[in-house]
Design a protein around this ligand. Structure first.
Ligand code: AMP
Length: 280
């Protein structure tokens, strides 16, 4: 059994929990494969592709300590070969490479519309494309994704079903810092007084959860959204990108929020964009 964990590297305890989940799934005789690749086609032109934290040496050491069997860390020219080298360019659909060397993309058309898909045009097209490529290269029996990227996991599950990839998708829970902030490679950007402000995402979730728990009937989403806007505003460096309430499977937006509805939000802390989500 091959268990696979795709990552963009700069590994943290959240990633390590996925490796362990892959190990548990595969049993003693199983192999765990990790990919480390900062995929250029899932970043928008003004996003942090150039500055995304990278430290392959450190990542390889962590993988060794965790008993990972193989690491796949390709270069851009291996993933997206191009006649002019692997030069990334922009197009209306999202980032792409030299068409003479690479011209196939995988697009999920339903679940990718809202939230991250709306805020980051072309993002999921890059994600589904690279994950499909990685599945075909690694040929895993199981692939583990984090609940941290809830919409991404839902889209990958849909892609696997729609395109008949012969593997099982497992979604592992979010690993958090002691103050509740979801672990993320991007937390490295949060220096000085920015780091404590990242707690507004978790705080928003907790306030909403509490409100829903004590309400006698479903609560209107706009009311909860206004409350989240207030909470985020209280942190001086924070700016709400979106907050959404939705069905955890279909991702269909909910106008009335109750126990079992899912919540996701994206917040800029300074220039750093963070996401979080939870079942309510
Ligand atoms: P990334 O390297 O950010 O692309 O993430 C690689 C995988 O790790 C994705 O499936 C993420 O959802 C997952 N992941 C990232 N952060 C966390 C976390 N804090 N807890 C659990 N899984 C995570």
């Amino acid at each position: 059994c091959i268990g696979f964990v795709p990552t963009m590297g700069y590994l943290h305890a959240g990633h390590l929990s996925l490796l362990r989940a892959a190990r548990r799934r595969g049993g003693k005789a199983g192999k765990v494969v990790v990919s480390i690749y900062v995929n250029p086609t899932q970043f928008g032109p003004k996003e942090d592709f150039p500055s995304y934290p990278r430290d392959l040496k450190r990542d390889l050491n962590l993988c060794r300590t965790e008993g990972v069997d193989a690491v796949f860390a390709p270069r851009d020219k291996e993933m997206y070969p191009g006649k002019t080298g692997s030069r990334r360019c922009e197009s209306a659909d999202g980032p792409r490479f030299d068409k003479r060397g690479y011209s196939t993309y995988v697009v999920e058309e339903q679940l990718s519309q809202g939230m991250e898909g709306a805020a980051r045009p072309g993002h999921f097209r890059g994600v589904t494309t690279v994950v499909a490529k990685l599945f075909n290269i690694v040929l895993p029996d199981v692939a583990v994704f984090g609940a941290k990227d809830w919409q991404q996991a839902a889209i990958i599950k849909r892609m696997v079903a729609d395109l008949n990839f012969p593997l099982k998708i497992v979604v592992a829970p979010i690993v958090r810092e002691p103050d509740g902030v979801a672990m993320s490679s991007r937390n490295k950007y949060l220096v000085g007084n920015l780091r404590p402000q990242a707690a507004v995402l978790r705080r928003s979730i907790q306030v909403v959860r509490q409100t829903v728990a004590i309400a006698k009937k479903p609560v209107f989403a706009p009311k909860l959204k206004a409350r989240v806007r207030q909470i985020v505003k209280a942190a001086p460096a924070a700016r709400l990108d979106y907050v959404e309430f939705f069905d955890p499977e279909t991702l269909k937006p909910a106008t009335k929020v109750a126990h079992g509805t899912h919540m996701a939000l994206a917040v800029f802390i300074g220039k750093t964009r963070l996401i979080d989500n939870s079942w309510l």
